[in-house]
Design a protein around this ligand. Structure first.
Ligand code: SF4
Length: 385
């Protein structure tokens, strides 16, 4: 948890790489991967399943598959292998982003001990605990997250077991929700606008009088903060409150943001102060936290979201993912800048560092006059960095 967010310059001569101060695997992901591989080693005779992808990284999931693990659901919760085929003897690992209470119950009914192989990240559990605390004080829980994301579904399920809950995807939806808080829109319309995003029995008139905001931990921290500030202000205006008595209507939940998400995003914001030519963000295409890093980069300069070095086809062409329209696109002349070419690089919380290294090596290979990577590492070691 270093407080200095200045990127590290890797000066190869004709190529200068600015590496984000914080990037890649977070505690939750490392912990989940470690538990999964340990479970495989300790249980050679058992069938081992993962509830869904361990993390949003194709390479890591492929490694797990090769070691014999099978996936029960896809990332949208669609069943790949029926729960009916499971027995009490099987092991089911719960991924880092957790799961819904309903799924946990179903597995427990089969006799599977979900608590033993549960890799739910403590920072996700922290959000659940905080939701539980504010639920006890009669606040409705507003979850800022992607409605279909596993973590949001899990958080929604835990929150809804304690209190009314509703999911908002972004500021536009928060703005819409505010109109129900103030009564500007008729309650009956709420159920259409937020179809599939509110807890059973949600009562628009009663359940929007006291609220608190928590988030899917990988959302942009600044977006969650903006949504929380906006909804707080809506409450203050509507009920004529001030900051002093704001807690009458709005719960303070600022302490639930995940440190890794915050640090990776803060490191990218700091890295973007560098006057660079382009940026490369490495990570799985369905990774929410990675797409947020891309979002930050593309506000400032060309941003190429790639899943591995294989997407860098040559010094001329790169195949990158446009997460806005969910398409892989080919771009030519992405390196056509005067030397030294300056590239910003970061990676998402579910991306192994080896992939970032492979990307750097591939880029260096296009510049024969570069300092070789090993020399660079020696230099870093000799300066004690
Ligand atoms: S991003 Fe944060 S909450 Fe999510 S797994 Fe990593 S450490 Fe946990």
């Amino acid at each position: 948890m270093k407080k200095d967010f200045t990127p590290t310059l890797l000066d190869f001569g004709p190529l200068q790489i600015y590496l984000a101060r914080h990037f890649g695997f977070c505690y939750g992901v490392e912990n989940a991967i470690e538990i999964s591989f340990r479970t495989i080693d300790e249980n050679p005779d058992k069938r081992i399943f993962l509830l869904s992808e361990m993390i949003h990284n194709p390479q890591v999931n492929e490694d797990l598959r090769e070691r014999g693990i099978r996936f029960l659901q896809d990332t949208y919760g669609k069943q790949i292998i029926s729960f009916e085929t499971l027995t009490a003897d099987d092991i089911v690992i719960i991924p880092a982003f957790g799961t819904t209470l309903e799924t946990e119950r179903k597995l427990n009914e089969i006799g599977i001990r979900t608590e033993k192989y549960n890799t739910t990240c403590p920072f996700v559990e922290k959000v659940w605990n905080r939701s539980g605390q504010i639920a006890k004080k009669d606040y409705t829980i507003i979850i800022h997250g992607k409605p279909k994301h596993e973590e949001t579904r899990a958080t929604f399920s835990h929150a809804a077991s304690n209190a009314p809950a509703v999911i908002v995807n972004d500021m536009t939806e928060a703005g819409n929700l505010a109109k129900y808080i103030t009564g500007e829109k008729p309650a009956s319309q709420f159920y259409k606008d937020f179809d599939g995003q509110f807890s059973p029995g949600f009562d628009v008139q009663n359940d929007l009088q006291r609220v608190g905001v928590v988030n899917q931990t990988t959302m942009l921290a600044s977006d969650t903060q903006a949504i929380a500030d906006f909804l707080k202000q809506t409450m203050l205006n509507h009920y004529a409150l001030t900051d002093i008595n704001a807690e009458d209507r709005f719960a303070d939940t600022r302490d639930t943001l995940c440190y890794a998400t915050y640090e990776n995003q803060a490191a990218v914001s700091c890295m973007l102060k560098t006057n660079a030519d382009l940026s490369i963000v490495v990570g799985g295409y369905n990774s929410s936290n990675t797409s947020h890093l891309v979002e930050l980069c593309e506000e400032k300069l060309p941003a190429y979201f790639i899943s591995s070095e294989e997407k860098i086809l040559s010094a001329k062409e790169i195949l990158y993912y446009n997460f806005h329209n969910k398409q892989e696109l080919l771009t030519a002349n992405y390196l056509s800048f005067n030397e030294p070419v300056k590239i910003l690089i970061t990676s998402g919380a579910s991306c192994p560092d080896a992939l970032v290294e492979a990307v750097i090596k591939k880029l260096i290979s296009f510049y024969p006059d570069s300092i070789i990577l090993e020399r660079m590492i020696e230099q870093f070691q000799s300066t004690g960095l």
